[in-house]
Design a protein around this ligand. Sequence first.
Ligand SMILES: [Cu+2]
Length: 347
Amino acid sequence: MSRRLTRRRLLAAVPAVGLGAAALHASVPHSHGTAAAAAEHGGAAGGAHASGGSGHAAFRGGEVDHRANGFDPHEILRDFDAGTTSRMADGRTLREWTLVASEHEIEIAPGVTFTAWSYNGRIPGPTLRATEGDHLQITFINGGRHPHTIHFHGIHPASMDGVAGIGDGEIAPGGRTVYEFDAAPYGLQLYHCHVRPLAEHIAKGLYGTLIIDPRQPRAKADEMVMVMNGFDTNFDRANELYAANTIGFAYADRPIQVKRGELVRVYLVNVLEYDLLNSFHLHGNFFHYFPTGSSKDPSEFTDTVMLCQGQRGILEMRFPNAGRYMFHAHQSEFTELGWMGFFEVSP
Ligand SMILES: [Cu+2]
């Protein structure tokens, strides 16, 4: 009775991007996963399952319950967390955050739930934002049932690296630690759990973005964060759903509103597990691309960038024309399984 869901099978059942969502959901088998899948999952309770019953919501109808999830991809898009700031004796800015890891079930497509692990109850975790040279203090509390860490990309002491056996190493359930370092170098960094099995700890949702602004700030822009991710709902180490900021088609159901002629800056991060590459393609326009955001000179003027897991970059664009412009992974398979959306450019 339980037909295993695979993305190949899903793709075979999805006729076109335009009606992908409803078809996608219709083809998700309504079972609660097999014992083998649970075992493969490392014994953690729950896991992904599709809820049965009638009244299937249309994916493109925007029927994922964002409130129940505790986060909305449209809010995550432009939500930057500057932390609690104070002045240190040497005049520098101290920024403090608290990140709590926990486990909870989220709805990643209408009726498709997934037992996620998250920082502060959202996936991706908070977008931490600092300025080059600030001193950062991140208190990490492990509220989950597995050991976790926060491993930051950037330049910092080894003891602050958030990996097993160095510094405080893995933080046991109920434990806490403080990661403390100076914000360097400027650019677009990321953070994620670094506990084995690494792929699982990341794919369950323990990741987020750290933006370090240069001392001389970038030009004013309409800024947003897109963390490209995916979900392995049947524990076969392949993703069944793809997205930017977790909920597939979220920006197709409700396009991202931008203004014609205004500078748009996208902080693009790839944390996708189980697939070697991901990409971002923009329709009807080109963008300047700044790899890792570590230079103010773009490396490229293009409409498509390709990123390996952990790679990230800043995209800057202005739309000369009003209208609706699609963006998506140029791996068509990912597009059809959720990773696509629109910019709605106002006149
Ligand atoms: Cu972890």
